[in-house]
Design a protein around this ligand. Structure first.
Ligand SMILES: [Zn+2]
Length: 108
């Protein structure tokens, strides 16, 4: 009985955002032409979603239904494709652009 309670607690410990992050690990991302990114999940290769950075808000926008419907109700909502693209951009940045000496230069 005690073990069962522990397991239940463990599942509840994952927030919706964390669950999306885990799913994002299975989304493949590539650069899109002329700008933005393409994302598709391993499970569903037929649906490819286009993501781009909205110039005014500097936030990523996705063409999937999850983002379109939930994004209106929840400002700043991130679908699993956005989570995956943010991770992809982060890796690209660290490998190609990141310079510890200039990290804080543009913050001023
Ligand atoms: Zn999406």
């Amino acid at each position: 009985m005690k073990e069962k309670n522990n397991r239940t607690k463990k599942n509840e410990a994952f927030s919706p955002a964390e669950q999306r992050a885990a799913r994002a690990a299975r989304v493949e991302v590539s650069d899109a032409e002329p700008y933005g990114w393409m994302a598709h999940s391993e499970m569903d290769r037929e649906h490819v979603y286009h993501l781009f950075c909205e110039p005014q808000t500097k936030r990523l926008v996705c063409t999937c239904a999850d983002f379109i419907y939930r994004g209106d109700a929840e400002p700043g909502y991130e679908c699993k494709h956005i989570s995956a693209v943010l991770k992809y951009i982060g890796h690209q940045y660290l490998q190609l652009r990141y310079d510890p000496r200039s990290q804080y230069e543009c913050a001023a």
